[in-house]
Design a protein around this ligand. Structure first.
Ligand code: SDX
Length: 393
């Protein structure tokens, strides 16, 4: 059995799986990780506590948290030969292309002699990839900049270490700003999981064949890259730059409503949320905090985004279609303020979503009812017919 089939308005709609990990109520704008509201997790926990929660189903106590953080620190370095994979790419390669290649290549380094039906081997894989993603993302950035790779530092926590590997250089000790580190840590939490979105379903489907988790995560990264999915934060910032000034907002709102115009308001709308995406509200607050910390309260793009959001939310088209800002609407602005280039936004998304992908992969793998995925189709092609000789075609 691959899930529950329900018939609705003549179409076959399917629930692809049962899961205990994340719950979304699109009408109420509610998001729960293992039953905890995203707002409370963002307020009271750090990203590694959330990673532990998504995988194990419970938040760690102090002793479990300390042990998990120490375990992650022991896996942050990558095999030295993996460095050579980066050198095969042009410097101007999109970092997501690099991520797909390098993360997939981890399969060649870490999956041999692993029995993923053994819980301990799954734990090792989870720890390895959660620990190595920040290192690999930072390496993709450094490679694109022509700067030397930075080794992880075990005296820093997970997110501060990532910022050190991104922005540090061998010339001076990187001093992380705790306000900015906390902001990025919350951004990771907001992106950690989101039930059966396109990339998570990709990871589950790939994993259902027994493929190793690194290859499955690479497939998830490839899917996330699309502008309708994880690539929307990059597309949203490019859109704000294209709009340029509040005086042009009405012109673009008009285009977004025009069925003959392919333009869509990036960072707006969602397949599930027909109310506010709770992550967008939290992201807007993080964005404001970061801009204030950096003395950029009057940031042009932030002001433009606030105006665009206000106008769109009062527009009858957006109200009727129930289109609200989603997680991607403010994330580009805050990441740009943190010094992260536009091309890296979706890599940051992938870094954070890796914990959700791995938790969902494991849940699929150990579910006794889950067999190899086999999505159904409604065949609407040609009826049976015979091949004519070529001189009669
Ligand atoms: C993510 O699934 C997940 O959980 C994904 C994600 C996650 O955490 O994994 O939440 C991350 O992918 C967020 C979404 C990021 N994408 C964008 O911001 C790109 C812009 N958004 C649109 O492409 C769109 O809203 C989608 C793809 C997100 C959803 O598309 P749907 O499923 O078609 O949305 P819908 O059915 O609710 O649309 C209703 C109507 C449609 O028009 P009609 O066919 O009814 O005439 O609204 C229109 C849509 O064309 N519409 C938009 C619009 N989004 C939907 N019109 C203008 N601008 C938009 N942004």
């Amino acid at each position: 059995k691959t899930g529950l089939f329900t018939y609705d308005t003549g179409y076959l709609s399917t629930a692809s799986c049962k899961s205990k990990i994340t719950f979304i109520d699109g009408d109420k704008g509610e998001l729960l990780y293992r039953g905890y509201p995203i707002e409370q997790l963002a307020d009271h926990c750090n990203f590694l506590e959330v990673a532990y929660l998504l995988k194990n189903g419970e938040l760690p106590n102090q002793q479990q948290k300390g042990k998990f953080e120490m375990t992650i620190k022991q896996h942050t370095m990558v095999h030295e030969q993996l460095v050579k994979f980066f050198q095969g790419f042009r410097r101007d390669a999109h970092p997501m292309a690099v991520m797909v290649g390098v993360v997939g290549a981890l399969s060649a380094f870490y999956h041999d002699a692993m029995n993923f039906y053994d819980a301990e081997h799954r734990n090792i894989s989870f720890n390895r990839i959660v620990a190595k993603m920040p290192t690999i993302v930072a390496m993709a950035y450094k490679y694109s900049m022509g700067e030397p790779f930075m080794y992880p530092r075990n005296d820093l926590d997970y997110t501060a270490n990532f910022m050190h590997m991104m922005f540090g250089t061998p010339c001076e000790q990187y001093k992380p700003n705790p306000v900015l580190v906390r902001a990025l840590d919350i951004i990771f939490t907001l992106h950690a999981d989101h039930e059966q979105n396109a990339s998570t379903s990709t990871v589950r489907l790939a994993g259902s064949s027994g493929a190793n988790p690194f290859a499955c995560i690479s497939a998830g990264i490839a899917c996330l890259w699309g502008p309708a999915h994880g690539g929307a934060n990059e597309a949203c910032l490019n859109m704000l730059e294209q709009i340029g000034d509040v005086s042009r907002v009405d012109e673009f709102i008009k285009r977004a409503k025009d069925k003959n115009d392919s333009f869509k308001l990036m960072g707006f709308g969602h397949r599930v949320y027909k109310n506010f995406d709770p992550r967008a509200k939290l992201m807007r607050k993080v964005c404001g905090d970061v801009l204030t910390e950096l003395g950029l309260e009057n940031d042009r793009l932030f002001k433009l985004a606030l105006t665009l959001e206000k106008i769109a939310l009062e527009d009858e088209y957006f109200i009727e279609k129930k289109l609200y800002p989603n997680v991607d609407f403010y994330s580009g602005i805050v990441q740009k303020a943190l010094g992260i280039p536009t091309s890296m936004f979706t890599c940051i998304f992938a870094l954070a979503r890796t914990v959700g992908w791995m938790a969902q992969w494991e849940e699929m793998l150990i579910d006794p009812e889950y067999k190899i995925g086999r999505p159904r189709q409604l065949y609407i092609g040609a009826a049976r017919r015979n091949v004519a000789p070529i001189d009669q075609r």
